[in-house]
Design a protein around this ligand. Structure first.
Ligand code: IMP
Length: 183
């Protein structure tokens, strides 16, 4: 079964392939969609519908964000912009001398076919590290330590990350839905 994944981020495609396994073939399509200002759910729903209307084939998009408790959820829905501007160093700077380092990642997959949109959500709790560590992954991976671990996502690497990540949880739910749909 083929899944069309509309994204410009090759790392997300790599993770989706690891998580979905051999049963499903993931094909990246580079159709851009407007990232409306809103919640991750609103962005994913709008994007999935938009790309489906262009492609006329079942498609997924994924919107994710990094939420830091001591910063009242910032960067959250601004994660992409914040990463591209102040980056990981900027987040660490904002958290200098802050003891509460709790944070989480959230992923929302929007799937659209002729019956409309369905959303699949995953979240992983953890904390922000004191310094950037590790070389694998992308985005905030070098500064996020998942709960129960002492390594960042960038140190754990994509295979380990993909057993516990927000994306793993969202794609597992999507996988269950696909299996149900097939049967
Ligand atoms: P997007 O809008 O879903 O592409 O993601 C927002 C931003 O969050 C991206 O630019 C990444 O910097 C960051 N991000 C999303 N998912 C991850 C992840 O799994 N690890 C690290 N950073 C991520």
């Amino acid at each position: 079964m083929k899944i069309y994944f509309a994204t410009g981020n090759i790392n997300k495609v790599k993770e989706a392939k690891i998580i979905l396994g051999d049963e499903f073939e993931v094909e990246q399509i580079k159709i851009e969609y407007p990232e409306i200002q809103g919640s991750l759910e609103e962005v994913a729903e709008f994007g999935a519908r938009y790309v489906y209307e262009k492609l006329k084939k079942p498609v997924i998009v994924e919107d994710s964000g990094f939420f830091v408790k001591a910063l009242k959820g910032f960067p959250g829905t601004y994660s992409k912009f914040v990463y591209e501007t102040i980056g990981n160093k900027g987040i660490l700077k904002l958290l200098e001398d802050v003891d509460d380092r709790e944070a989480y990642f959230k992923s929302v997959i929007g799937y659209c076919d002729e019956f409309g949109v369905k959303l699949f959500i995953g979240k992983v709790d953890g904390k922000v590290s004191i310094e950037e560590r590790g070389t694998e992954g992308f985005g905030y991976d070098p500064i996020f330590i998942p709960k129960g671990y002492n390594k960042t996502f960038a140190e754990l690497g994509v295979e380990e990350k993909s057993k516990i990540s927000h994306r793993k949880k969202a794609f597992e739910k999507f996988k269950e839905f696909l299996k149900f749909k097939k049967s």
